[in-house]
Design a protein around this ligand. Structure first.
Ligand code: PEP
Ligand code: MG
Length: 747
């Protein structure tokens, strides 16, 4: 293919297409393809190495090397020149292979006769499939045109593999997307689910990678890109004046959509014989390969933008992917790279489970998944490339494990586990109306955390005695614009109506840190968790705070109202906020609105400083709620969002429990009611220890009320206190081992 690369390459692709259409299956087809490529490139050798497993490449077909080496010669990722191509995802082109870095001599192949080596990765949308190699005796570097042509051929091979061209009788490759695989990620919402894959953004399948009329393909590409540009311009028009970050993304889209380089590369791919969609996908695959190597977050984001844009272009070209939720399979398990809270809410409770390739434990989507009690696993690498719509899948949200296309034995073990959990739920249902009194007579108040209208039915199903934390920010986070006061009044009314006589603690807007309102000016901060958030924003943006306070009072409309301010670090902040509450009452009175029958105003203790506030604060505040999630991260200086450290320090660490004890003592001394509303309140062992430390009100996810109540009913808190005190005396770092041992001895 040294001269006339274009026509030669097109001819080769034409022959490959004939191969694809031929009757031959698996091995035979691959053998013929290596022969075709070697012949077309005028190289003595053409070999295809494919992955056997994640780390092993196998010579699957060759023209020119010893035939006996086929399916025998194997190398690991990174081993030899072939392994180097696979690992780096980059081309290796050398005139003198034996002297090249990493060369490994494989005697069984007879390759010592060949001096030059050109290897290109076979990859599809970030999924590494293998390596395509040509070698020749003559010591020469392959020209840039030849390298490019071979990359195009590798792309076609990848598409053929995806379409199943090398499986069947005499398979050269184990079929893609058919084996069962286990993928690990991070647990974000507990629970187990069995169901079928529903790809939030289905992958486009390119069924025609090779085209014979380049002129027509160029036109198709140009038309699709034009449609894309018009679409992006429209989106930009709609978003003008909106969130600057969203605008930035759209500007990046427009930049790529108008990029001459992007267009030129795709046009060149078409000239060599690819169809318009295959050309788009080739560029997309290369961008994904670059993405995996780029560490700069800004560049990564831009590459991700290009990836999104390519997906849009592919959908325009193929007309695929315009599915809607009416096509959901039975027991749908949503699989996506990421998903926004609004999209997730649209699916609502129809989903059985969620698996995200990215996502994070504290993201809004996670908050929504938790509120809906849908098992969720995040950070599951490869899931969007491995899963196909409709695949059978098991999600273990407790351990962060996903079984895709599981074996029968795994399915039956998993079903046993679900059945056991269902049995436990039945047990919890039977104690739903039993008051939580421990064996030694302590009455514990179990209330629930909520934030969405979807949570309300749980008030009655779970056995909660009220709402200990209503996260009002969720209503703000799931919208594209600031909600109106009248909308908030309606929502808060619905919450109070659903609660009836039960107490609901409304937490005022807690934004900042990881909770960014899409419509509020984003402030870049070096440490958002320690930054402008929660009550700090409220006190600086009084208009929003007043609007919310008014909405709460109007919703109460003569009923009792309880509210609390998040993230109070010093007494003065609470005082200022309370002053706003008093002002709001005066205003509402003047305006002739009915005032709440009674009003309690509390503070969330989420920073260690508040525990050491002057006594006057404890006397003034109506109640305190410990926000354990935040408090713990500041107490241990370990970011709750950072997987590397967030589980490093145990809640049952004696320092933390001693701290809890001090807070209890201070509250008791001033008769200030105290509750705990972090995630730990919903973990049975942690909840027991918090109760043993003297906390009498625990607020948790509704699903945790049953398990927590069940252990509390059987517990003797006095005895547990002694176990904790003894462990502390012995100088143990965490009381967990001692507590677990004690629980076991109790049966
Ligand atoms: C907490 O910090 O414990 C808490 C309940 O608030 P959030 O998790 O919403 O920050
Ligand atoms: Mg908090």
């Amino acid at each position: 293919m040294a001269d006339g690369t274009e026509t030669e390459s097109r001819k080769l692709l034409g022959r490959l297409r004939e191969e694809m259409a031929s009757e031959a299956a698996g091995q035979e087809r691959l053998d013929r393809i290596t022969h075709l490529i070697a012949d077309s490139i005028r190289a003595e050798v053409c070999s295809v190495y494919l992955f056997r497993d994640e780390d092993t490449l196998e010579l699957c077909a060759t023209e020119g090397l010893t035939p006996e080496a086929v399916h025998k010669t194997r190398m690991r990722m990174g081993e030899g020149l072939v392994g180097r191509v696979a690992k780096s995802g980059k081309v290796v082109n050398t005139a003198d292979a034996p002297s090249a870095k990493g060369f490994r001599y494989m005697p069984e192949t007879g390759e010592e006769r060949f001096s030059s080596f050109l290897g290109v990765p076979v990859q599809r949308l970030g999924q590494k499939l293998g390596v395509l190699v040509v070698q020749s005796r003559e010591a020469r570097e392959f020209s840039a045109d030849e390298v490019y042509a071979l990359e195009v051929v590798a792309m076609v091979l990848a598409e053929m593999a995806e379409l199943g061209a090398f499986i069947g009788e005499g398979a050269a490759l184990s079929p893609l997307h058919q084996q069962s695989i286990l993928l690990r990620g991070g647990p974000a919402q507990e629970g187990s689910a069995e169901g079928h894959v529903w790809l939030h953004e289905p992958r486009v399948v390119v069924t025609n990678p090779i085209a014979d009329d380049p002129q027509r393909e160029q036109e198709r590409l140009a038309e699709a890109v034009e449609e894309l540009r018009v679409g992006v311009d429209k989106m930009l028009e709609i978003s003008k004046g909106g969130d600057s970050e969203q605008l930035q993304v759209l500007e990046a889209y427009r930049m790529f959509a108008n990029s001459k380089g992007w267009m030129r590369r795709m046009e060149e791919d078409i000239t060599l014989g690819l169809s318009a969609e295959a050309a788009v996908e080739k560029e997309q695959s290369q961008a994904r390969a670059r993405m995996s190597q780029v560490t700069d977050p800004y560049l990564r984001e831009r590459l991700a933008d290009l990836d999104d844009l390519s997906n849009r272009l592919l959908r325009i070209l193929t007309g695929q992917g315009n599915t809607n939720s009416a096509d959901l399979p039975p027991d749908p398990i949503l699989i996506a790279r990421n998903i926004g809270p609004g999209d997730l809410l649209e699916y609502g409770r129809s989903l059985k489970g969620i698996v995200l390739e990215e996502g994070s434990v504290g993201s809004h989507a996670t908050i929504v998944a938790r509120a809906l009690a849908i098992p969720l696993v995040v950070h599951v690498g490869r899931i969007t490339t491995e899963a196909l719509n409709g695949d059978h899948v098991l999600v273990d949200g407790d351990h962060g494990v996903v079984h895709l296309r599981p074996e029968d034995t795994v399915v039956s073990a998993f079903r046993d586990k679900i059945a056991m959990q269902a049995k436990a739920q039945e047990r919890y249902a039977s104690i739903r109306d039993t008051p939580t009194v421990t064996r030694d007579g302590e009455r514990i108040n179990l209330v629930m955390n909520a934030g969405l209208m979807a949570d309300l039915p749980s008030l009655h199903n779970s056995g909660a005695e009220g709402v200990g934390l209503f996260r009002t920010e969720l209503q703000f986070l799931i919208r594209n614009q600031m909600p109106k006061r009248s909308e908030l009044v309606t929502q808060y009314q619905r919450v109070l109506d659903a609660a009836g006589d039960m107490r609901v603690v409304f937490r005022t807007l807690d934004i900042g840190s990881d909770k960014v309102l899409p419509y509020m000016k984003h402030v870049a901060e070096p440490n958002p968790a320690l930054g402008w958030r929660a009550i700090r924003v409220g006190l600086d943006k009084r208009g929003v705070m007043r609007m919310q306070l008014q909405a709460l009072m109007r919703a109460a409309n003569g009923r009792p109202l309880t509210l609390m301010f998040p993230f109070v670090a010093q007494a003065e902040e609470f005082r200022e906020a309370r002053w706003e509450v008093n002002k709001t009452i005066e205003r509402e009175k003047r305006l002739g609105h009915v005032l709440p029958e009674s009003l309690e105003v509390g503070a969330m203790l989420e920073t260690p400083s508040l525990a050491f506030a002057p006594q006057k604060f404890f006397d003034e505040v109506d109640f305190i709620s410990i926000g354990g999630n935040d408090l713990k991260q500041f107490f241990f200086a370990a970011d709750r969002e950072n997987e590397l450290v967030r589980r490093r320090y145990d809640t049952l660490n004696v320092s933390f429990l001693t701290f809890m004890e001090r807070i209890v003592e201070r509250c008791n001394a001033s008769n200030t009611p105290l509750s705990f509303c972090g995630e730990d309140a919903g973990r049975p062992v942690e909840a027991l220890c918090l109760a043993a430390m003297g906390i009498r009100s625990l607020s948790m996810r509704p699903a945790s009320i049953g398990p927590v109540k069940s252990v509390l009913l059987r517990a003797d808190l006095q005895a547990l206190r002694k176990i904790i005190a003894d462990a502390r005396h012995r100088g143990e770092q965490s009381v967990r081992p001692a507590v677990m041992e004690w629980l076991r001895s109790q049966g």
